[in-house]
Design a protein around this ligand. Structure first.
Ligand code: AMP
Length: 296
């Protein structure tokens, strides 16, 4: 397994892969890898001739007040995980300086209008602009055939699908189901910042979502009713500071045109964000009658 931190070297490596007629899969991450990341890497490994994992804690997606310095980092363990999963290249992005991800006079921002404002966009100003910009840069460096993302970050996925199409990147965006711990909590690098008591509070989130999915599977069609129920449950949970519980059209991320879930052709995403102490957690359930993916 190769490790590179210089963007030009990384781009040359990717160019050689493509020139050899091999398919390239990119898994962008901010490190502190867990089984959710591993699932993306394993899928990329199964579908592509060469796999690159980028590990870059992207400063432009942290809003003022977000804890960039405190973001969990575990580079040596991450490299071991990648080696264990037969990754071909780990790209350790540097923010700036020669060969850095951001050029010295960086001025180009990618903003996906209409999709970046709702949900987390209301609470993390500038966050998605940072995400879509860094993903665009990574797609520019590697020009992969496929890029892999997790549906835990449902809104992020929609933004990336949109930018990949709008910018004619040609990349196939692959969105994979949320991987959870045995107790139901969605895996997240930030979970390692939770104390034992906080973790117990956090479990109310997957619990409430699971009950909503059950109700949906038993025929409940009124997304407003499902969102209300989840909100009531979470607001009654001590230790949770709920930022939002919303049911939105899974494609437009706007209020569904119809009162029913089946009225949205791509289904409805039931999305939650809450603070447990200082730790911000997000989770969602994708309610869609056609895909059989509900609750993933
Ligand atoms: P991050 O390192 O948190 O920026 O995440 C990198 C990628 O891993 C993103 O596409 C996330 O959506 C994905 N990811 C994070 N947590 C999970 C999870 N629990 N299940 C599946 N994918 C995940």
């Amino acid at each position: 397994m190769k490790e590179i931190s210089d963007v030009h070297e990384a781009a040359c490596w990717a160019e050689r892969v493509r020139a050899a007629g091999l398919s390239l899969g990119l898994v962008p991450t901010m490190g502190a890898l867990h089984a959710g990341h591993s699932a993306l890497i394993e899928r990329a490994r199964a579908e592509c001739d060469r796999v690159v994992v980028s590990i870059f804690v992207n400063p432009t997606q942290f809003s003022p007040g977000d804890d960039l310095e405190g973001y969990p980092r575990s580079t040596a363990a991450d490299v071991d995980i990648c080696a264990g999963l037969s990754v071909d290249l780990v790209f350790h992005g540097k923010t700036s300086g020669p060969g850095g991800v951001y050029t010295p006079d960086f001025r180009t921002w990618v903003k996906v209008e209409g999709l970046c404002e709702p949900l987390c966009g209301r609470f993390r100003l500038g966050h998605f602009r940072g995400v879509t910009t860094v993903v665009s840069i990574l797609l520019g460096i590697f020009r992969p055939h496929r890029a892999y993302f997790g549906r835990k970050d449902f809104q992020q996925n929609r933004l990336i699908e949109q930018l990949a199409a709008d910018l004619h990147t040609g990349v196939e965006v692959r969105s994979l189901p949320t991987v959870r711990d045995a107790d139901g909590l969605a895996l997240s690098s930030r979970n390692r910042c939770l104390g034992e008591a906080e973790r117990q509070f956090a479990l109310a989130i997957p619990g409430a979502l699971e009950r909503a999915v059950d109700a949906f599977e038993k025929g409940e069609e009124q997304h407003v009713r499902l969102a209300e129920r989840v909100r009531e449950e979470l607001e009654a949970t001590p230790g949770l500071d709920v930022q939002y519980v919303e049911a939105l059209d899974a494609r437009t991320l706007q209020a569904p045109a119809d009162g029913t879930i089946s009225g949205s052709p791509d289904g409805v995403v039931l999305a939650v964000a809450a603070l447990v102490g200082d730790v911000r957690l997000i989770d969602n359930a994708w309610l869609c009658r056609d895909t059989g993916d509900a609750g993933e």
